[in-house]
Ligand binder design. Structure first.
Ligand code: NAD
Length: 495
């Protein structure tokens, strides 16, 4: 790619309908920088007519031999090129995403590189996907093959935009489908940019649309559309359940990556320096706006006092600042409205008897204009209190303690969510025992919030359905078909 796309020269008021960049039927809406409340750009909003057109264009593109007959290794080439285009634009994407979300440049760069890696991993998997010749149990050759599902809707949240977009768009395209991406209302810019990169990299027309707009209008219309044959969703549990109900009526496959309320467990023999750094990173990175944030700390009674006092000192020293300032650890939250919701949850917990060990107050002074909230640690709470039950999606840690392992496991599991868990110990047998008993899609032992494209990710209980990543990622966007090929020289012998 000789010349880089420059976001300053892009009209974000244009939505993407099958590769046509044009105004949407829903007009425009502002995307706001949460650092100071200023306008980043007016972005285009899709209308219901755009949904119809995007679906129709997707179906036309699917029927075109240029895509339909492309061999998997040829499709993989398109995906490799998209990955390369993202990587070449990583810094540009990072700067744009930092303006749009307030996140630190370090985080947005990591998200951009993760998206590039996702496209490359999926392309490599596609190159090496085999179909099965199954053991014949009769006079046939029997095989299992996979085919595209059709038009897929990808609905994403605001907290890791380009990475979560890539985690749906790449495997859906790899499966030979057309994709309609519905980004979150607070963060549509990067998804529109991604569409431009995909077409620049040679994606055939019609295969990717990006339709920003209200979830209850555009998202809902996509989920209900009779020609949308799969929905891949990441977002809140309430929305996920609603989508699952509609998918149930349509008998349509759906994958749901939902919320979390993850426990982090510290044993008395843990390396305390590592555990403190891990707990801080696990809950306060991304300013706590992470589905896998380790928000319930279970620290062993015997080390509780010393551990918590060091943890609080370190939390107070975290550097709050603009996302584009070097060294910032705690950038603003996504929006003032979301910050206010988090603050209200903490206030309610304190009113109910929780004790603030640090944070818990909306900062003023240089931070007054932005959506900042400080790292907040509370104790004097029970695992059954609202603050320990509900997802906060902000930088808030509740301290609990334990002494008996069975009771610990029961309490860690006593929550409607089951997304992740952290365990800090030098006792490898205890780590294994507890890891296997915890109800969660991912357990990190002596580390936290680490990811690999090759390791499946997802939740149990109210944290979701299905898995992203791993060797079977692409097949989750395909229909499996059995073929029996008769080889007997005798007729079936009936009729
Ligand atoms: P959200 O559920 O409000 O919105 C997510 C997406 O769904 C947005 O694009 C939104 O416009 C759309 N939407 C809203 N209502 C809809 C409807 N009725 N029909 C179809 N689409 C609709 O979630 P959010 O506030 O954007 O994101 C935060 C949530 O996402 C948190 O709960 C977080 O835990 C979760 N999350 C989960 C994971 C994971 O992998 N498990 C990753 C990131 C975020």
């Amino acid at each position: 790619m000789s010349e880089l796309l420059n976001p300053d020269h892009i009209d974000f008021a244009e939505i993407c309908v099958g590769g046509q960049f044009r105004s949407g039927a829903g007009g425009t809406a502002p995307s706001i920088d949460p650092t100071d409340g200023t306008l980043v750009a007016d972005y285009g909003v899709a209308g219901l007519d755009d949904v119809e057109e995007a679906v129709a264009m997707g179906r036309t593109a699917l029927a075109d031999p240029a895509w339909r007959d492309l061999k998997p290794h040829e499709r993989a080439r398109v995906l490799y090129r998209i990955g390369e285009a993202i990587e070449a634009h990583a810094e540009v994407i990072s700067a744009l995403q930092t303006r749009d979300t307030g996140k630190t440049l370090a985080e947005t760069l990591a998200l951009a590189l993760s998206a590039a890696g996702t496209f490359r991993y999926v392309a490599a998997t596609l190159e090496s996907l085999d179909e099965d010749l199954t053991a014949p149990r009769g006079p046939w050759v029997t095989m299992s093959v996979h085919e595209p599902i059709g038009v897929v809707a990808a609905i994403t949240p605001w907290n890791s935009p380009i990475a979560s977009d890539a985690q749906k768009v790449a495997p859906a395209l790899a499966g030979g489908n057309a994709v309609i991406l519905k980004p979150a209302e607070w963060t549509p810019l990067i998804s529109l940019f991604l569409a431009r990169l995909a077409y620049l990299a040679g994606l055939p027309r019609g295969l990717l649309s990006v339709l920003p707009g209200p979830g209850r209008v555009i998202g809902d219309a996509l989920v209900r559309h009779p020609q949308v044959r799969k929905v891949a969703f990441t977002g809140g549990t309430v929305t996920g359940r609603r989508i699952a109900q509609i998918a149930g009526t349509k008998l349509m496959p759906v994958s749901l990556e939902l919320g979390g309320k993850s426990p982090t467990i510290v044993f008395p023999d843990a390396d305390l320096d590592e555990a403190i750094a891990g707990v801080l990173y696990g809950v306060f990175s991304s300013t706590g706006q992470s589905c896998i944030a380790g928000t319930r700390l279970f620290v062993h009674e015997s080390i509780r006092e010393a551990f918590v006092s060091r943890l609080v000192e370190r939390a107070k020293a975290l550097r709050m600042g603009r996302g584009d300032a070097p060294g910032t650890q705690m950038a603003p939250m996504i929006a003032h409205a979301h910050r206010d919701k988090v603050a209200a949850m903490v206030d309610a917990a304190v009113a109910a008897g929780a004790r603030l060990l640090c944070g818990g107050k909306v900062p003023l002074g240089e931070f007054a204009a932005g959506a900042w909230y400080p790292p907040t640690i509370i104790d004097n709470v029970a695992n059954t209190d609202t603050i320990c039950r509900e997802e906060i999606f902000g930088p808030v840690l509740a301290v609990l303690s334990w002494s008996d392992e069975d009771d610990l496991v029961a309490k860690a599991n006593d929550n409607e969510y089951g997304l992740a868990c952290g365990i800090w110990t030098r006792d490898y047998k205890a780590a294994w025992r507890v890891a296997r008993r915890i109800e969660a899609g991912t357990v990190w032992i002596n580390t936290y919030k680490q990811f690999s494209s090759s390791t499946p990710f997802g939740g149990v209980k109210n944290s979701g359905l299905g898995r992203e990543k791993g060797r079977h990622w692409i097949q989750s966007y395909m229909n499996q078909k059995a073929i029996y090929w008769g080889m007997s020289k005798d007729p079936i012998g009936w009729g």
